[in-house]
Write a protein that binds this ligand. Structure first.
Ligand SMILES: [Mg+2]
Ligand SMILES: [Zn+2]
Length: 196
């Protein structure tokens, strides 16, 4: 069996972007907005070195909500891969949920089983790569990430670094009864947890 290092995309690999129009912090919508989180290349190299497969598990409803075109989404993916390559970091696979209960694009308007905190994407990845989930990790910056990871039997790490993360919202919700195995302020701390 193999082991996975599951990670969320926005807020873990790519920085969230402040959207002037809506005054919200959201997913990057054009490739020029791509900015990698500090330490992510280094972390991905380390997890690969430890024998994990790096797998992105991410809700991406922006296309369904007509906030972004599929063309832009694919362009972001292309540029992201290019930059990862240039920095000798590998993400082995990406599992995305494009659905949303209020999607404007009808084909995405379903109550799917893959939108985090549901575990559909992790299950699909585990099947494809024969992952040993108790030996795998989920790193995310939101409650949904931690919930999906825990329900799947993975160990979990919450990145709670700045106002850009969901940390403060989580605190307000009294962690929603969710307790990650570890909470870190920056990605460099994750390496120390993994080498324990
Ligand atoms: Mg996130
Ligand atoms: Zn879905």
């Amino acid at each position: 069996m193999n082991k996975a290092f599951f990670l969320d995309r926005d807020g873990i690999v790519l920085s969230m972007v402040y959207d002037l129009e809506s005054s919200t912090i959201d997913t990057p919508r054009i490739s020029s907005q791509i900015k990698f989180i500090d330490g992510v290349f280094d972390l991905l190299k380390y997890t690969s070195f430890l024998g994990y497969r790096n797998i992105v598990i991410s809700n991406q409803p922006a296309v369904a909500l007509k906030k972004m075109s599929l063309k832009n989404f694919n362009e972001i993916q292309r540029v992201m891969n290019q930059r990862l390559n240039q920095n000798h970091a590998v993400i082995d696979d990406y599992f995305y949920c494009f659905h949303h209960p209020f999607a404007k694009v009808p084909k995405y308007r379903i109550n799917c089983s893959c939108r985090k905190p549901k575990t559909g994407l992790i299950k699909r990845a585990a099947k494809k790569y024969d992952f040993d989930l108790p030996k795998s990790w989920f790193l995310g910056d939101g409650v949904n990430d931690i919930l999906a990871g825990q329900k799947s039997g993975c160990k979990t790490i919450l990145l709670a670094n700045t106002g850009f993360s969901e940390f403060f919202r989580i605190l307000e919700e009294k962690l929603d009864g969710v307790k990650p195995d570890y909470i870190v302020k920056r990605l460099s701390e994750v390496k120390k947890i993994l080498c324990k």
